[in-house]
Design a protein around this ligand. Structure first.
Ligand SMILES: [Mg+2]
Length: 361
């Protein structure tokens, strides 16, 4: 089977949480630190200095402390990690909108056709890593190849602060020599099972038939069979951007009294506000939906220049929209939705906005 040739980059920040803490607090630089944990928890990230002692993420703090007695525990600051994550995503989007985040600190990018018209994915990865360092003071590693699986495996090879390209001509040989535990999607348990079957490297895996692998590993068997042949066709899927937020109520008993409607609009407005504040979303267009008892439907919207701010705004506007209704019939459903959201704009803003460093302290 022909291997489809996309240009995929997997970017992965190096020891992300730990590096952020060391960057923001220079006293921690060069020291073994663990983020999270504390007395009874588990470590969520370990600095490279701590890793030398065998400290790993997901390790109980107690064991981490035994392995590295001078380990320094630092509490999480998720808001800070998120902020940096947004910065690096903004950098990615300067090159392509085909960005699929895996977590705060890693993402796949499809740069086959990129916004800068750069031919070499290798060069793009180098530029992106440089930009990340300039804007955040943190290092990232990258893997470059023809699909997500290979890019992901590659980004680990020259970590930290390095990158690796697996060229199409090298793929099959690379995979044959790759130790089985380095295959993305093969965890500890599966790796052990494979060892017991005398599968240690890609070439051992490749010697198995599809039927055999499916019998041994179920559906995953087919995945292993394909990836070891360089076949992995998963597309880079950008996270869908939310276009609207809606709340609605269907009534058991049809209503038509102005007073009842007024109450309903009030509670819908409050509900909408609650939904939005959780997501930090704002919008400029408010739509009222009315479904009548006979199932005919009416919607009317109001768009304004500035964002609707809160429940009071929604309520007042929805009252005006209510006045525009065509009939005075019994209604069975009322809904409010907000669109024209700041979710699109946020992306644009974060590209340009440079916050002075002091504000991060
Ligand atoms: Mg990482």
């Amino acid at each position: 089977m022909e291997i489809p040739k996309r240009k995929i980059i997997h970017v992965d920040m190096d020891a992300f949480y730990a590096s952020v803490e060391q960057h923001d607090n220079p006293e921690l630089k060069g020291k073994p630190i663990a983020v999270g944990g504390g007395h009874r928890g588990v470590v969520s990230a370990a600095s490279y200095e701590a890793r030398k002692f065998g400290v790993r993420s997901a390790m109980p703090s107690k064991i981490a402390k035994e392995k590295c007695p001078h380990l320094i525990f630092v509490p999480h600051r998720f808001a800070r990690y998120k902020e940096i994550s947004q910065k690096i995503r903004a950098i990615f989007h300067e090159y392509t909108d085909l960005v699929e985040p895996l977590s705060l600190d890693e993402a796949y990018l499809d740069v086959t056709e990129n916004k800068k018209g750069i031919e070499s994915a290798n060069l793009i990865a180098r530029e992106i890593r440089k930009r990340i360092f300039e804007e955040t003071g943190l290092t990232a590693s990258a893997g470059i190849s023809v699909n997500k699986f290979l890019a992901k495996v590659a980004s680990d090879i020259n970590k930290p602060n390095g990158q690796k390209t697996i060229h199409p001509s090298q793929i099959l040989e690379f995979l044959e020599e790759l130790p089985i535990e380095k295959f993305y999607g093969i965890g500890k348990v599966t790796a052990n099972k494979m060892y017991s079957l005398q599968i240690f490297k890609g070439k051992d895996l490749k010697a198995k038939t599809l039927e055999e692998l499916m019998r041994l590993f179920g559906k995953s068997g087919a995945y292993y069979y394909n990836v070891v042949r360089g076949i992995h066709n998963g597309e880079v899927k950008p996270n869908r951007i939310q276009k609207s937020v809606a709340v609605e109520h269907t009534f058991w008993d049809d209503i038509n009294e102005d007073e009842q409607v007024d109450q309903k609009l009030k509670s819908l407005s409050e509900e909408l506000e609650a939904r939005l504040s959780k997501k930090e979303i704002k919008g400029k267009t408010l739509t009222l939906k009315i479904k009548y008892k006979d199932f005919s439907q009416f919607t009317r919207s109001k768009t304004q220049e500035i964002y609707f701010e809160n429940a009071q705004d929604f309520y007042e506007t929805s009252k005006k929209l209510w006045e525009l209704r065509p009939y005075n019939k019994a209604i069975r459903l009322l809904g409010l939705s907000l669109s024209n959201l700041n979710t699109e704009e946020k992306k644009q803003i974060s590209v340009q906005l440079k916050i002075p460093f002091e504000e991060f302290e």
